[in-house]
Ligand binder design. Structure first.
Ligand SMILES: Cc1ncc(COP(=O)(O)O)c(C=O)c1O
Length: 384
């Protein structure tokens, strides 16, 4: 059996270097660079049941390497940080929220966050936990923070792309004894490192740009090792929302190209946003990388990259549908972050407070000029 102890192969300083080497074990002669997925429900375990590998719901060597890789990107060089992988982003989110909160506690959620959060809210309230909400923009969550045990931030928010001042929020929350979790899905760890901004947890869906091919569901939590992370690990065991070894291995393989993908996709997203800015039928354009975006100032202080999602509003639901129909290089599909561009009329789900003509466009790895031309052509054709 190969030695799957993670090596220090990620110690190169550049982000691209770290991404390609993240979580790789020390080289072993005749073994692959990234060991293949370990398919095991149980491991040989004579005598006392001690780790590292006992039962497949608790640990798996393929997760160990992936967790090391994600940790290397979320908190490079940090000691005492732990990462846990999950079956989906929601599994990761729920594991933090439900492991930290108990009846009688209060939590602050964003009112403009991912559209499953209202379902989480209903469940929390059913368990006797007080839920307060406020918008991401303007750091409005601070106004309802007193007495809360957990502050949940989503910055940039999905789909509105508002940004809050994470460092400021963390300072205020910690001063009141609250823990802070940041949903880092949209930024990816190459776009934003919440632990360095002081947060206790960085939580994300790995389904999106982290893995980038639209073919895996995955989630993770990175946090400071200690009581809070022990509770998250315990919750993963209770709930059993673990990734399959194949998904974990595919995710690790995909992380090697993360820097290439985010550089390409995020740069093209800016070009698409710039092209949309001057179109007379486009309103409400949001992209944190645009210098005149309301989020740009704070985003440029705390983010290294601004993400691959651009949001905007077309005059009506019919116009938005016609635009989506006219696109040739952009699939009408939900989710975001993949190498193939996708877009959707977000209002079709009914969960977000957005206008009927609101479009969320996820920019892929196509040639920028092809994508910009396709978007502009679809805008013209849909106006007819
Ligand atoms: C910001 C954000 N967080 C969490 C999730 C949930 O992730 P998953 O679909 O992997 O459960 C999503 C999914 O769209 C998301 O956009």
């Amino acid at each position: 059996m190969s030695d799957t102890t993670p090596g220090d192969g990620s110690s190169g300083t550049g982000e691209g270097t770290r991404a390609v080497r993240a979580g790789l074990p020390e080289p072993v002669k005749h073994e692959p660079t990234l060991p293949g997925p370990v398919f095991a429900a149980h491991f040989h375990l004579p005598g006392d049941p001690t780790g590292p590998y006992t039962y497949g719901r608790d640990e798996n060597p393929t997760w160990t390497l992936l967790e090391q890789a994600i940790g290397d990107l979320e908190a490079p060089g940090a000691d005492g940080v732990e990462t846990l992988v999950f079956a989906s982003g929601m599994a990761a989110i729920s594991s933090v929220i439900f492991s930290q909160l108990h009846a009688g506690d209060a939590v602050v959620l964003p009112s403009d966050g991912y559209q499953v959060l209202p379902l989480v809210r209903a469940q929390l309230e059913a368990y006797g936990i007080e839920v307060r909400t406020a918008p991401t923009g303007g750091d409005a969550q601070l106004e309802v923070l007193d007495g809360a045990k957990l502050l949940w931030i989503e910055s940039p928010s999905n789909p509105g792309l508002d940004v809050c001042d994470i460092r400021r929020m963390v300072e205020a929350a910690h001063a009141r004894g609250a823990l802070v979790a940041v949903d880092n899905t949209l930024a990816t760890p190459l776009g934003q490192r919440p632990l360095e901004l002081g947060a206790d947890f960085s939580v994300a869906s790995g389904t999106k740009q982290l893995t980038g091919h639209g073919d895996i569901l995955l989630g993770y939590v990175t946090g400071r090792a200690g009581e809070a992370m022990t509770a998250v690990r315990r919750w993963r065991k209770i709930i059993g929302a673990i990734p399959g070894p194949m998904e974990a291995w595919l995710a690790h393989r995909s992380i090697a190209t993360l820097a290439l993908r985010v550089d390409r996709q995020d740069a093209t997203a800016l070009k698409v946003a710039e092209a949309l800015r001057s179109h007379p039928d486009v309103t409400g354009l949001r992209y944190p990388g645009l210098p005149d975006d309301p989020s740009h100032k704070i985003a440029s202080q705390q983010m290294q990259r601004f993400g691959c999602v651009v949001s905007f509003v077309l005059p009506s639901r019919e116009r938005a549908d016609a635009f989506l129909d006219a696109l040739r290089l952009v699939d009408d599909a939900t989710s975001f972050g993949g190498v193939r561009s996708t877009a959707e009329r977000r209002g079709r789900w009914g969960g977000d407070a957005v206008p009927e003509g609101f479009i969320r466009l996820s920019v892929g790895a196509e040639d920028p000029e092809d994508l910009v031309a396709d978007v502009l052509r679809a805008l013209e054709e849909s106006a007819l």
